[in-house]
Design a protein around this ligand. Structure first.
Ligand code: GLA
Length: 723
């Protein structure tokens, strides 16, 4: 998978269908040569073209400034002659700002290296290349780590930075990865959006000025995704996706010759890190991929890779749950919860998630108690244990909502520890949703949170927690860190979240953590390492949800998308939709209900049982199969369709959603994907050849109904009765 050719000095990293090649330049630097379809060993050094100087247009290799501005560096540094976006910046006590990394050696390891304190991909049958660099002036030693897996068309990389200067150094930027791509017309793919409108794919013409996607919020945000993709108009799609849940910078820029540089990493605007002599900094990992098959290829590569190599809880049994948030908001007591739970048990729901408001004094609005993770006497008079036993008697397990990173001014926690709140000295920190942020750089805070959450989990024998985060970081001054380390809090906050979740999983290996941040503001690959499912959006209106799922599923397996059926009219949009449509659009993720089922008519209750049975039957395919977006909603605004196909290609289904009915319209012809050509499939009692469904398509009958959804199931049959 990885080899080094002594003669050409080229490193070849091969995956089943791709090659990533780098070369040693002047025995001192590592330059990128090629990424794309697999090329078996060959001397690609002619691709380097370092003699082509754009400015000044001379051929003086000794002119280092021009040299660096042309070098397709694997890990560019700031302050030298390379004027493009850099990955590494450092200061020492004398103000040094221009590191220069000299290549010193390489090693190939037979497996993936472990990354301390950070989310990471894993798997057997991997190889890792470690390139080492040293800068004797700054005293920095840098390792670039690349891992390839035998069964995946991705490359995982990160950087490890060590201080060997004898004195303290300050990292001012430490991005994860840089990728050089040759000139050519194309578009960048990033993600945008807002609360209740998450994960909207954004395509932009690439060109001078570049494309940036970034967050300085301490989490990727509703409109962010630590991702950058680039697709040539005539050719394949390249991308990078980072396993990180904080502020990020993703950028694609074009140089004077039209070549591209793509970088991704922790946002340098909210980052600095003091490294004492001998200390090491690990950047988060990024997953790099190339596919000749555009977004469909990307989706399959990432879905398969994340399921097999990132989501530790993938195999855990997932609940069909009911969450009381949109059923009751803060207005509940134990009897109200139990009345819902009794119905839920009858209908086949297995887990009850008690959302916001069960703790402290039992808040009735978002204005107090965050931090006091003990059950409210008012709402749960017998405590968590008694409540959980009542649920267990109904055959239902308990899930609990927490918002661990936050504290309310009105809380026992704040009264006891006012010094645990992030703030700028001398200023009252701004509130957002009436709450402040805890200083997770402080180990006492992390211990308190781990212990109090663990206590509640134990008391309630909870099998599931929803970990929420309802505001972004601001005025991020840490009372715990010394002045020279204040710039570290943004990253330390993220590390703190990872540490607490890791500790909880060590204590409760079967626990399912569902991450959430006011909907999908922290939906990233980093979180998936701890939490196999993430709440995708507070917006459960099916018309919006199906669009949000479409954007999310471009990168993430359906199993990761927390998805519930809620009420109609919808609380966010006011839109009225049918129960059937809401259940179909809600089903393609990790499924649950979030409405007051005690108020439903008996026919609707009956529907719930049927929906749950259908979901349980389709779940193996939803979780493990291949997902294809057949018609994105943006394509015609009128309807949307996607397909899920088992890996064996012997069964699957199409979800068809009609937005507004077309007057004087007709049925919609859909060409399916991935089926076996030579196999016959049965749909609704009729037999079609796979060939026909792939090429000629299936006709979805015309239906006069707005916001209409249906599931079209198909199954392979023997080749008799071909239609
Ligand atoms: C956030 C979550 C919701 C709900 C509320 C509770 O908005 O996204 O699902 O848990 O918090 O306050």
């Amino acid at each position: 998978m990885i080899n080094y050719d002594e003669e050409t000095k080229i490193f070849h990293l091969n995956t089943p269908h791709t090659s990533y090649c780098m070369t040693v330049v002047d025995d001192s630097y590592i330059a990128h040569l090629y990424y794309g379809e697999r090329i078996t060993r060959s001397n690609l050094n002619y691709l380097l073209r370092l003699h082509e100087y754009v400015f000044p247009p001379s051929e003086r290799p000794d002119e280092k400034a021009g040299f660096f501005d042309r070098l397709p560096a694997e890990y560019p540094v700031e302050g030298g002659g390379d004027f493009r976006e850099a990955c590494l910046g450092v200061r020492n006590d004398r103000g040094l700002i221009s590191p220069e990394l000299f290549f010193t050696g390489w090693k190939i390891h037979k497996k993936k290296k472990k990354l301390p304190g950070l989310p990471q991909t894993f798997g057997e049958n991997a190889q890792t290349l470690e390139l080492s660099f040293r800068d004797s002036v700054s005293g920095l030693v840098v390792y670039l780590i690349y891992t390839v897996f035998e069964d995946a068309d991705v490359l995982v990389r990160n950087a490890v930075i060590r201080n060997e200067s004898g004195n303290a150094l300050y990292l001012t930027r430490a991005l994860t990865a840089c990728l050089s791509l040759p000139a050519g017309k194309g578009k960048t793919l990033t993600f945008g959006g807002a609360w209740a409108r998450e994960h909207l794919p954004v395509w932009r013409e690439a060109g001078y000025g570049g494309t940036v996607s970034e967050s300085r919020r301490g989490a990727p945000g509703h409109g962010g995704q630590p991702f950058m993709g680039f697709c040539y108009d005539q050719g394949g799609l390249f991308g990078m996706h980072m396993l990180y849940s904080g502020s990020y910078l993703a950028k694609l820029e074009q140089d004077s010759f039209g070549d591209y540089r793509m970088v991704l990493g922790i946002h340098p605007d909210t980052f600095s890190w003091k490294l004492e002599e001998g200390e090491v900094f690990h950047t988060p990992e990024a997953v790099l991929f190339y596919t000749p098959d555009g977004t469909a290829g990307m989706t399959h590569i990432l879905h398969d890779f994340y399921r097999a190599h990132l989501i530790r809880g993938f195999g855990k049994q997932r609940p069909v749950l009911i969450n009381n948030w949109e059923a009751t908001y803060f207005d509940f007591d134990e009897e109200r919860l139990l009345s819902i739970a009794r119905e839920a048990a009858e209908l086949g729901i297995d887990t009850f998630v008690v959302d916001d408001g069960w703790f402290g004094r039992g808040r009735m609005e978002p204005s107090g108690d965050l931090g006091d993770w003990i059950p409210s006497k008012k709402k749960m008079p017998g405590g968590l244990k008694a409540f959980s036993l009542k649920l267990r008697a109904l055959g239902i397990r308990l899930g609990l909502w927490f918002e661990p990173e936050m504290v309310s001014e009105e809380s026992e926690l704040f009264r006891a520890h006012p010094d645990w709140v992030l703030h700028q000295e001398g200023r009252i920190p701004a509130k957002c949703r009436d709450q402040w942020i805890l200083d997770l750089a402080n180990p006492q805070v992390r211990d308190y949170l781990t212990d109090s959450i663990a206590f509640a989990i134990r008391e309630g024998a909870a099998t599931y927690i929803k970990w929420d985060m309802n505001r972004m970081l601001s005025e991020a001054g840490s009372p715990f860190l010394p002045p020279c380390r204040q710039g570290e809090i943004w990253h330390r906050h993220v590390l703190g979240v990872y540490e607490i979740q890791e500790r909880l999983l060590e204590m409760f290996p079967d626990l399912i953590i569902e991450n959430c941040a006011s909907g999908g503001a922290r939906f990233d690959p980093g979180m998936l390492y701890y939490s196999p499912q993430i709440w995708c959006s507070d917006n459960m209106d099916p018309v919006d949800r199906i669009r949000i799922h479409e954007g999310t599923a471009m990168l993430y397996p359906l199993s990761t998308i927390g998805s519930h059926v809620s009420k109609s009219p919808n609380d966010i949009t006011g839109r009225v939709t049918s129960f059937k449509t809401r259940s179909i659009t809600g089903m393609f993720g990790s499924f649950g209900y979030e409405l007051d089922i005690t108020r439903l008519a008996s026919a609707e209750k009956h529907d719930i049982s049927r929906q749950i049975n259908l979901y349980r039957r389709l779940r193996p395919m939803i979780f493990e199969g291949d997902y294809y977006c057949l018609v994105p909603i943006g394509e015609n605004g009128r309807y949307q369709a996607y397909e899920v196909l088992s890996k064996e290609r012997d069964e699957g289904f199409v979800v068809f959603f009609q937005n507004l009915v077309e007057p004087n319209g007709r049925g919609v012809r859909l060409c399916l994907k991935g089926l076996a050509n030579d196999c016959d499939y049965e749909i609704g009692g009729r037999i079609y050849s796979g060939d026909a469904l792939l090429k000629a398509g299936y006709i979805v009958p015309y239906v006069k109904q707005d916001f209409y959804a249906e599931i079209i199931e198909f199954k392979a049959v023997s080749s008799k009765n071909r239609f």
